[in-house]
Design a protein around this ligand. Sequence first.
Ligand code: ATP
Length: 326
Amino acid sequence: MKTKILRALRESSEYISGQHLCDQFQVSRTAVWKAIEQLKREGYHIEAVRSKGYRLIESPDIISRAEIKSMMETRWAGQEVCYYDKTDSTNIQAKLGGENGAAHGTLFVADRQEAGRGRRGRSWESPRGVCIYMTILLRPDIEPSKAPMLTLVMALSVAEGIREQTGLAAEIKWPNDIILNKKKVCGILTEMSTEIEYINYVVTGVGINTNQERFSEEIKERATSLFIEGGSCVSRSRLIASVMKRYEENYGTFMRTKDLSGLYERYNSLLVNLNRDVRILETQGEYEAYARGINKKGELIVTTADGKEKHIFAGEVSVRGIYGYV
Ligand code: ATP
């Protein structure tokens, strides 16, 4: 009920009468009044004028199941939302969902994580009330070896969603980071459960530094947020909905060919490493090369110092600029 009323208020710039809401949703005046009171308690500024009805004046940066669902414009991605005020990590919750039969496209969202993780078990700083921590659960009919490409599908969707919502020039650092002003604003982590020939489920987790104003000593040189770069507060729920909309479209394109044929040109157009010298960090060591963009398998094509072309698979690799993080 709250979700429906919120959506109706948001979609109208005029007052909506209580009676109109009752008729539209087939509920009593009391039920409408109760839902409005609850929304006000959650921080929505709703004006009530006796002869006219209700009008939404302002929605602060609220993140809740109702708020997220009232913004969502997808068919399946994020249509089911599991929301936590606090959890260990949304990837952990999504994996539990994967084991317990949760539907393809279920989105797990938290206001705070106590054990947020990046690749190779590294931690992801996850303070309360200011950032996005979300994980989508997928049950794709693809070979397990193709699952890492889903990280790139999400990276493209996040960069596009940020651009759409904030106008900021978000770029992608291959394979899984989103960069603003040479600093990391978002990290993406894909994990999966597979049998030899098929995937049980895949989870792709996304942490977006949204309205965070400062970072720990450890990462402050390399991390930034949308608030720091854009100077204004961003609605987390609206950004989540925008990323999910892009993701649903991009995932559809991916599934038609089961590779990145339909996406790699757009990915490359946002690639911060494109046509740049980079340092490739592998478990065996590191070397410098010239990055030429990704191919349809999502591999980074580089030319090494001895002039050879090499295709790098995302796995355990990190890429850096020659003189710094990017
Ligand atoms: P890179 O290639 O930049 O090393 P990665 O993709 O291997 O990154 P991730 O797994 O995405 O790394 O993220 C983990 C790392 O990100 C941590 O080791 C830490 O340095 C940094 N980090 C942790 N929390 C945040 C945050 N909130 N914002 C930006 N960076 C963070």
